[in-house]
Write a protein that binds this ligand. Structure first.
Ligand SMILES: NC(=O)c1ccc[n+]([C@@H]2O[C@H](COP(=O)([O-])OP(=O)(O)OC[C@H]3O[C@@H](n4cnc5c(N)ncnc54)[C@H](OP(=O)(O)O)[C@@H]3O)[C@@H](O)[C@H]2O)c1
Length: 307
């Protein structure tokens, strides 16, 4: 986008939920010249407006970037990144009125699959871009983000008619240091992540143990859940290879934990419904039996708050 003198004024990006994911992207994009507005609860917005976002990162270094912050979207943007947890989505979307958002791109980075349809329904004029992010990033205080992984990778899906605008966003992300890929297969992108994430989250949370421990102690359940999620993914039109996912699970660092497990341990609501519940619901729609996944979902629902 250019101003009246033809100068690039930067992509206008709203970030709903400036936490581990949202705060990191807000800071990186703002540092690279985008016009970033964080949408947050009142205390967090006030803090960000005054102090900016602080990032502590092995990959990007430690830096603080000023950002605009508000409780609600009141002026148009090119892109609205949604980075709240699934359990917070309904309340947070009140901050983004459909008439102000207009036909902007909406880029949800939540784990799970069902939020994409929810957003399309809620924002019929907008261009919803299914997306996933691979990163380990933690909000350690309001506007303070600890980026632990030596990478951050965003996968965007450019659906028909949105290709050019998605490319512009991809360029802005790459310019900010984010590895960004653009694909055209929505189900492959969303289920490709869930294929691994659902078994990891369910097993590590139920056992309150690391990936290394559960792949030893709960091997049968691991194979069963991977196979069940893969069957559902295939029914949804996504490729899924059970041996490949198990091999990937076997290859991750033994000490790996899931964010669901960390939320459970900290007493925060877990994203069980978006991750495990979505698999069970889709299985039911397709008439696929997922007994082990369903057993874990039921057990966790009884043990932890889910929203
Ligand atoms: N963190 C990761 O490494 C990672 C990696 C891959 C995927 N994901 C996925 O990304 C999503 C976001 O996770 P996260 O770890 O970034 O979560 P997070 O650190 O808890 O951040 C969520 C942010 O949302 C804000 N928020 C909550 N309710 C809100 C509301 N009603 N209005 C406005 N803002 C609200 C919180 O604000 P306050 O700051 O005011 O509390 C917080 O800044 C999840 O679906 C997660 O599974 C995360």
């Amino acid at each position: 986008m250019s101003d009246q003198r033809g100068q690039d004024v930067g992509l206008r990006v709203a970030v709903l939920g400036p936490g581990g994911v949202g705060g990191l992207l807000a800071a990186l994009l703002a540092r690279a010249g985008a016009q970033v507005r964080c949408l947050a609860r009142s205390e967090t917005a006030a803090h960000l407006q005054a102090a900016g976002v602080r990032v502590e990162s092995g990959q990007f270094g430690d830096f603080t970037t000023p950002v605009d912050a508000a409780e609600r979207l009141t002026t148009p943007v090119d892109v609205c990144i949604i980075a709240v947890k699934a359990t917070q989505l309904d309340a947070a979307l009140e901050r983004v009125p459909a008439d102000v958002l207009g036909d902007a791109l909406v880029v949800p980075l939540l784990n799970g699959v069902e939020h994409v349809d929810l957003l399309r329904h809620r924002y019929p004029q907008a261009g919803v871009v299914p997306a996933t992010i691979r990163v380990e990033s933690t909000r350690t205080g309001p506007g303070v983000i600890e980026h632990g992984s030596p990478f951050v990778t965003v996968d965007l899906v450019a659906t028909a008619g949105l290709e050019q605008r998605v490319q512009r966003l991809a360029d802005a992300l790459r310019g900010a240091g984010v590895t960004t890929r653009v694909g055209d297969d929505e189900q492959a992108a969303l289920w490709g992540k869930l294929n691994f994430l659902a078994p990891l989250a369910l097993l590590t949370t139920a056992a309150q143990a690391t990936a290394g421990e559960v792949r030893e102690a709960r091997r049968e359940d691991l194979r069963a859940i991977v196979a069940e999620v893969a069957a559902v993914a295939r029914a949804e039109g996504a490729p899924a290879d059970v041996d490949q996912v198990v091999a990937f699970f076997d290859g991750v660092p033994a000490g790996m934990r899931s964010s669901m497990q960390r939320d459970a341990a900290a007493g925060r609501p877990i994203e069980l419904d978006a991750i495990g519940g979505a698999v069970v619901r889709s299985a039911t729609r397709h008439g696929i039996a997922v007994p082990v996944t369903a057993r874990y979902v039921d057990e966790l629902r009884g043990r932890y708050p889910t929203g």
